[in-house]
Design a protein around this ligand. Structure first.
Ligand code: GRG
Length: 295
């Protein structure tokens, strides 16, 4: 299978332009808040979620609404979750995307508010970007609210915090955390891209299943990288999971089995991606590259 390396930079550049265009200016009042939002959002990052959404939408032929507002909305939610996760009351981290975390560069209250504002802005982007097509706007809002809500992203984070406090978290609890804290926000881009493309309900479920497996593979790799890669490469503090006594895939299953599970979930994702309409070779290459990544 070819690598995603050739097409990926063009997708990422589109996302970067969209972020710049669709966020309030840093100078908008209050400038400190908008500067903090842009500080965290425009700090690099792999842009995996928005790229997945753009590539999924483009599989569908014909004229379709611009997928960029939805792609930017996803990155806003993802970045808010990173800002809040890094706060002292959660993971208490100093480094994110190779820079001081938002509460270190600004202060805790500003970081909290910047995260809140990014979360809110995501829904404003969907309402304004797709308001001309109310059924699509409603479906996108429902999908993103569900992925980011109390039974998925936030619920996964809650169980993750609860699991840290006990030494006997089970594989089932770990799966709940991964499915919701990580996979929900990787399913959502594929499903939202499919919605923008006009996919049928069975097609959307194929996209969802692909995202679920990709999300699980991605999280297992994240655990592996935390245990095996250095802080400079990751751009975030390495080895934190083991130091915090966290229940991770690597801790429960060991490194070899974790690699095997990551490969298996990637194969399952690839099988579903092969069922996508149109030319899904970029998405297949991206999925394969994610399991081979080093950051
Ligand atoms: C605070 C509601 C709330 C949720 C926080 C994002 C998160 C949930 C926790 C961060 C820790 C973690 C391991 C999350 C799993 C998802 C994940 C691997 C996030 C990092 O995503 P990348 O690698 O980051 O795509 P970049 O910086 O490249 O965008």
């Amino acid at each position: 299978m070819e690598s995603s390396a050739q097409l990926l930079p063009a997708y990422v550049a589109r996302v970067e332009r969209g972020l710049d265009r669709l966020l309030p200016a840093a100078s908008a009042r209050p400038a400190r808040l908008h500067t903090a939002m842009r500080y965290s959002l425009q700090a690099g990052g792999k842009r995996l979620r928005p790229v997945l959404l753009l590539a999924a939408a483009e599989l569908f032929p014909g004229k379709r609404p611009d997928p960029l507002p939805a792609a930017v909305a996803l990155e806003c939610i993802h970045t808010y979750s990173l800002i809040h996760d890094d706060l002292p009351c959660m993971d208490n981290d100093d480094l994110r995307r190779g820079r001081p975390t938002a509460h270190k560069a600004f202060d805790e209250a500003t970081a909290l508010l910047a995260g809140d504002a990014l979360l809110t802005h995501a829904f404003a982007l969907l309402a304004s970007g797709y308001g001309a097509e109310p059924p699509l706007a409603t479906a996108l809002l429902r999908e993103l609210a569900s992925a980011a809500g109390s039974e998925r992203l936030i619920g996964g984070q809650m169980e993750d915090l609860l699991a840290e406090k006990k030494s006997d978290a089970t594989a089932e609890e770990l799966e709940f955390i991964h499915l919701n804290k990580t996979a929900a926000m990787i399913e959502a881009p594929l499903v939202m891209g499919a919605l923008i493309g006009g996919a049928s309900e069975p097609q959307r479920e194929t996209f969802r299943a692909a995202g679920r497996h990709l999300g699980l593979a991605f999280q297992i790799m994240d655990d592996i990288l935390d245990a095996t890669t250095d802080t400079a490469t990751l751009g975030k503090t390495a080895g934190k999971d083991a130091r915090a006594g966290k229940t991770t895939f690597v801790r429960i299953h060991g490194l070899d089995a974790s690699h095997k599970f990551a490969r298996e979930h990637t194969q399952k994702a690839l099988a579903r991606i092969a069922e996508f309409p149109g030319d899904s070779s970029f998405l297949a290459a991206l999925a394969a590259d994610l399991v081979a990544r080093n950051k």
